[in-house]
Design a protein around this ligand. Structure first.
Ligand code: ZN
Length: 283
């Protein structure tokens, strides 16, 4: 391990440890909370890239460093995106998507900008550096099914204004209470689809919280789900039946189900994500 490499890990651990000393419920999203989110996501990005490189027998140092940068970018984009305005959604989706892509590129040993992805709801805009077609638009099938079935729900209506502010579909309910595992909640995010209870006192804070979950989902799908689904796609008789503009998107929901199965609800991953979403829900 090079000293350079070790120093970055030490610095990230230090930032995370310092900011963890703060009281959990600070009234606003202060600089230390921002630093902690960026540092932790940098670490997640680095570990994600290094693991993927390691699995395919490649040297893990460069992927780790590049993954730290990508993860920090993803974290910063998630912070901006979860502010809940149209302008912050545009900047947030761009930055978080590109950051996630850098982590993915680093993990497969490609150049940092080999393929850049920007998510909008269930859609993915992809820009390629090395392929003949420079641009492709694809649909995440699981997210699209969730969106369509939410559209069809008679007690929920689409909120276009909030959708534009989230960079993803947002639905509202003003009469029904949202119950999640027997608990009343202000909102819920399922893959990239958000449902907000209009009745809830601070609906904007609920929106910020749920947008954070959507970014978490996009990152996981890009970095954990897509590599596995691409491997499935390479199996000849399966790949032939799935058009290239469709991404399955089934891995992350399966992962959550497996987590609940192994640890109950909430498991360690879900708890970490809730913590982060609570931080990003702050004003
Ligand atoms: Zn949550």
């Amino acid at each position: 391990m090079t000293t350079h490499f070790r120093r970055i890990i030490q610095l990230l651990a230090l930032i995370a440890a310092c900011s963890a000393q703060l009281p959990a419920q600070a009234p606003s999203l202060d600089q230390r909370a921002v630093a902690r989110v960026v540092a932790l996501n940098g670490l997640i990005g680095g570990v994600t890239s290094a693991m993927r490189a390691g699995i395919s027998g490649k040297d893990v140092r460069k992927p780790f460093l590049l993954g730290v940068l990508g993860g920090a970018g993803y974290g910063a984009g998630k912070i901006v995106g979860s502010r809940g305005h149209v302008a912050t959604a545009i900047v947030g989706n761009l930055t978080s998507g590109i950051g996630s892509s850098v982590v993915a590129n680093a993990g497969r040993g490609a150049g940092w900008a080999d393929e850049l992805m920007v998510p909008v709801g269930p859609l993915r805009a992809r820009f390629f550096r090395s392929e003949r077609d420079r641009f492709a638009l694809s649909v995440n099938a699981t997210e699209a099914v969730v969106a369509i079935s939410t559209f069809a729900h008679r007690d929920l209506s689409i909120d276009w204004k909030r959708s534009a502010a989230a960079g993803a579909f947002v639905f509202v309910t003003d009469e029904r209470q949202i119950r999640l595992r027997g608990r009343m909640v202000g909102g819920v995010a399922n893959t990239s689809v958000i449902v907000i209870g209009e009745f809830f006192p601070d609906a904007q804070a609920v929106l910020r919280h749920e947008i954070a979950h959507v970014h978490q989902h996009w990152f996981m799908q890009e970095n954990w789900g897509r590599p596995m689904e691409d491997a499935v796609r390479r199996v000849d008789f399966i790949g032939r039946w799935i058009p290239s503009w469709i991404e399955l998107g089934i891995t992350v929901p399966v992962l959550y189900a497996a987590e609940v199965n192994a640890f109950g609800y909430p498991g360690p991953l879900r708890r970490a994500q809730e913590n982060e979403a609570e931080t990003l829900a702050r004003r």
